[in-house]
Design a protein around this ligand. Structure first.
Ligand code: RFL
Length: 381
């Protein structure tokens, strides 16, 4: 028996585990995969300002964020014409920090284990008996006062809740993204290219590598089979840089541009956090940050319930998190349309709307402030 059982050692589960540990609450983390798999999984790259504040408030900033560079400029090239967006200048100095997800996870793991935390790798939960607050896994079971379902989109937690108790919303943006990792020098600033040929982006991954993204036509074959020359031609065209330095491609993946939200994010004593409750497109880089925000709210609410017998915050947990979730979903959709609709050849009206949206950022300081504020993340509750 433990106070809180946490299913999943991704960003949501590990953040929650560390925050509860700091608050003196007993918890056990059950993780399906082994340690090296969890530590190597590459995904997000930006911890937004609000995400980093969660760690700062818990006295974990040094352990988690130390040495991470701050996000400064975002370069948006419209048909090759550069526009430099100074986010921190528009957001009162607030900015994200560049912390690759695998580094964040590694640091959170190390900190939790160094504090004596109970984390069981290679322990996939097969079943949750919600009435009895009991989790069953191969070779054992665990009972807890509360269960945190931090097991991602394909996990067992959401599936354990009776379907009739949940409303789900899903949206397919109708856009494909092909992403490659290459040993090519990083751009000076995070870079996005908006063009009639399709969206492209380039982000640094350390001093010698870049991750590139290219919008591709769904239904026109698998871009992972494109010859490398074609990939580089498309990147040069869309980023408006005929001299773009290239390098060997070391990884090729396809990213789904999908959104999903489940409501409510709680059922009895089971609370969903992160991708278990919602997924969001990578535009705006909010997936991991939403997971951390949920974990922050849940840690505070569980602490109040377990230390003070006050469950008001737990009862409003779902509403609190859903407000931010929908706010970020809207932002992500807004951003997605702005950078992809320039390529909507079949729909000139949408192309003009996207251009108006883009122009507003450079002509209306309030619009620029709002954009920067969303990028930095919001403490909105
Ligand atoms: P995770 O990271 O999926 O972790 C869930 C953990 O639960 C474990 N698990 C189980 N454990 C026990 N029993 C079971 N039955 C279990 N079932 C699953 C899994 O092994 C895993 O360890 O969910 P979490 O913690 O909610 O974190 C969410 C983030 O990982 C996710 O939102 C982001 O990675 C999304 N995302 C991005 N977010 C950003 O903020 N910025 C980005 O730039 C960004 N880029 C991305 C992304 C996600 C991507 N993919 C592949 C989904 C790029 C990609 C390619």
């Amino acid at each position: 028996m433990t106070d809180v059982a946490i299913i999943g050692a991704g960003p949501a589960g590990l953040t929650l585990a560390n925050l509860l540990q700091r608050n003196g609450i007993s918890c056990v983390v059950l993780e399906a995969r082994d340690r090296s798999y969890v530590e190597e999984r590459q995904r997000a790259g930006i911890l937004d300002h609000y995400g980093s504040e969660i760690f700062a408030a818990a006295g974990l900033a040094e352990a988690v964020i130390a040495g991470a560079p701050r996000e400064q400029f975002l370069e948006l090239r419209y048909e090759g014409e550069p526009h430099l967006f100074d986010g921190p200048a528009h957001a009162g100095g607030r900015s994200g920090v560049l912390v690759p997800q695998q580094l964040l996870v590694r640091r959170l793991l190390t900190t939790f284990l160094a504090g004596g935390g109970d984390l069981r790798f290679a322990t996939p939960v097969d079943r949750i008996n919600i009435k009895e607050n009991r989790m069953v896994y191969a070779g054992g079971e665990l009972t807890a006062s509360y269960i945190a379902g931090c097991d991602g989109f394909h996990g067992v937690s959401r599936r354990s809740i009776p379907a009739a108790a949940l409303t789900t919303y899903s949206f397919d943006h109708g856009i494909g993204w092909y992403t490659v990792l290459a040993d090519a020098p990083p751009p000076r600033h995070a870079l996005m290219g908006i063009s009639e040929h399709g969206f492209a982006a380039q982000f640094g991954r350390g001093p010698k590598a870049s991750r590139f993204y290219l919008q591709y036509d769904l239904g026109a074959g698998d871009p992972r089979e494109w010859p490398d020359d074609h990939t580089w031609d498309q990147l040069r065209l869309r980023l408006g840089d005929p001299a773009l330095p290239t390098g060997p491609i070391t990884d090729r993946e396809i990213v789904e541009m999908r959104s999903f939200v489940t409501e409510p994010m709680a059922y009895a004593n089971l609370f969903l956090a992160g991708d278990a409750a919602h997924i969001i497109t990578p535009m705006g880089a909010k997936g991991m940050n939403l997971a951390l925000a949920d974990a922050g709210v849940l840690a505070t609410a569980l602490t109040a319930a377990l230390h003070d017998g006050d469950d008001a915050a737990l009862r409003s947990y779902s509403d609190t998190c859903l407000r931010r979730t929908w706010d970020y979903q809207e932002f992500s959709r807004w951003f997605t349309e702005m950078v992809h609709d320039a390529a909507a050849a079949e729909d000139p009206f949408r192309r003009r709307l996207a251009k108006a949206r883009f122009d507003r950022l450079w002509t209306n300081p309030k619009a620029a402030d709002w954009f920067a504020d969303m990028m930095a993340g919001t403490a909105l509750i």
